[in-house]
Design a binder for this molecule. Structure first.
Ligand SMILES: Cc1ncc(COP(=O)(O)O)c(C=O)c1O
Length: 439
């Protein structure tokens, strides 16, 4: 059976890390990322405590064989020099084409920036726009490192609610923007992520259009001198279980004439997820509809400067990106792999105490409820901790994703980064754990 290294070093905490390492020497275990996704460790910035994410992300899906073969051939041809710091021109040309095909948006080479993954670009955007007077708007369950990035800049996060179907509650978003203003903060950006990590939900055109409408209304109001923008994190764009890519809409494809020069969108993409190349560290952002909007050119200049300081994203992988980014033939393989793992989760984890919910429509996560009354744990974090310590099965506690007010529900997120046979063993261990800790 496949052996894995637990994501060790920092992360969840050192004891759990040690325990996981010990357990994984035997055989099997865990769903990765447990270390990477638990915000832990505190540091002080300007006298305020902020929580950072430490630890290792270890694994994602992995690239199909033909992509690996292409990479190995390219590595001989390629000269491995620096590229233009904002992106390798042949790659940029393909990215422009990709946006035109997928979202019917036309941008120029100046509107595309390539960085070390979507993460670097997101972090730079936050670094250049967020400070202690700024408010940003995230869905109540969001990707923890991006939340940490805002906290590290002393920005204020207003969470907007997620409806029972997983879509953004745009009424609540509007309410939160007004509240931020009343509280004396300047609304800066709205983050949307479809398909979404952690829930795997594909947002409906209505809810994405509603998000655009909220920003449009805000930006058109003459009282609001400083305009907001949307960050559209579309890194899971191709990973749709139905295989029907047209189901997933880039919010930018919904911009209408009335949004011209009114609703700017920074759209993120990446080789990490859809192509299974998370270690390549190549992502991109499009500046869509940003022309003439105060602040957006300034932000772009900041990003260009920072990317220039970093010299360039990995050149070989940008070269590879130029060859594969318009492809779709990898998708059936990626989706089949995820589907088999979803089947395994349904077979292995469908038990009392775990609320599996519907099969995720997209991404390679499963966002599961846990029944707080079933066992002896107090909350999701303790559940995940005990499970990791005792059985070496790693689930990321939902609390790490939660940025809303009030009581969060009890969730854990698993990453389907292991094959079905390991998921089956994790299911047996989960059964054992649940029996032992039943109230
Ligand atoms: C929502 C979301 N955005 C971005 C990323 C990271 O993308 P990249 O590897 O391109 O930095 C992740 C990784 O898990 C993610 O879940």
């Amino acid at each position: 059976m496949h052996l894995i290294n637990a994501p060790l070093r920092g992360g969840f905490d050192k004891t759990v890390a040690r325990r996981l390492r010990h357990l994984t020497e035997g055989q099997v275990t865990t769903f990765m990322e447990i270390g990477g996704l638990i915000p832990q460790g505190a540091s002080r910035v300007n006298g305020r405590e902020i929580r950072m994410v430490w630890g290792n992300m270890v694994k994602d899906l992995g690239a199909p064989l033909w992509i690996r073969q292409l990479l190995s051939e390219l590595s001989l041809e390629h000269d491995h020099s620096y590229t233009t710091s904002t992106g390798h021109p042949p790659f940029i040309a393909k990215l422009i084409e990709k946006l035109r095909i997928e979202a019917k948006q036309n941008v120029t080479a100046e509107d595309v920036l390539v960085g070390y993954g979507a993460t670097q670009l997101m972090d730079l955007i936050t670094m250049f726009t967020v400070n202690e007077k700024r408010a940003v708007f995230f869905p109540e369950y969001s990707y923890p490192p991006f939340l940490s990035g805002v906290r590290a800049r002393n920005g204020k996060i207003y969470a907007y609610r997620v409806l029972p179907n997983g879509d953004p509650d745009t009424e609540h978003l509007k309410h939160q923007i007004e509240k931020a203003q009343e509280d004396g903060f300047r609304p800066t950006y709205v983050y949307v992520n479809s398909p979404q990590n952690p829930t795997g939900v594909i947002h409906s055109p209505e809810s994405l259009g509603g998000t655009i409408a909220v920003v449009r209304e805000f930006n058109l109001d003459p009282i609001n001198e400083n305009k907001m923008f949307i960050i559209s994190d579309d890194v899971y764009h191709g990973l749709v279980m139905s295989g029907k890519n047209e189901k997933v809409i880039h919010p930018s494809s919904l911009l209408t004439e009335e949004d011209n020069g009114v609703v700017p969108i920074l759209q993120l993409g990446s080789l990490s997820k859809e192509f299974g190349l998370c270690g390549a560290r190549v992502g991109w952002t499009y500046f869509i509809n940003c022309e003439g909007i105060d602040g957006m050119q300034h932000l772009k200049n900041g990003l260009i400067y920072a990317l220039g300081v970093d010299l360039c994203a990995p050149s070989l992988y940008q070269e590879l990106g130029a060859r594969i980014v318009l492809e779709t033939r990898h998708l059936p393989e990626m989706i089949a792999k995820i589907a088999a793992r979803q089947d395994a989760v349904q077979a292995a984890f469908n038990r009392e105490g775990i609320i599996l919910g519907d099969r995720p429509e997209a991404t390679f996560y499963w966002w599961m409820g846990i029944d707080p009354n079933f066992g002896t744990w107090r909350n999701d974090k303790e559940f995940a901790r005990m499970l990791a310590m005792e059985q070496g099965v790693g689930f990321a506690p939902g609390g790490a994703f939660y940025c809303g007010e009030g009581t969060k529900k009890q969730f854990v997120r698993i990453s389907l980064v292991e094959p079905p046979e390991i998921i089956a063993v994790a299911g047996e261990r989960l059964d054992r754990f649940m029996e032992e800790h039943k109230r």
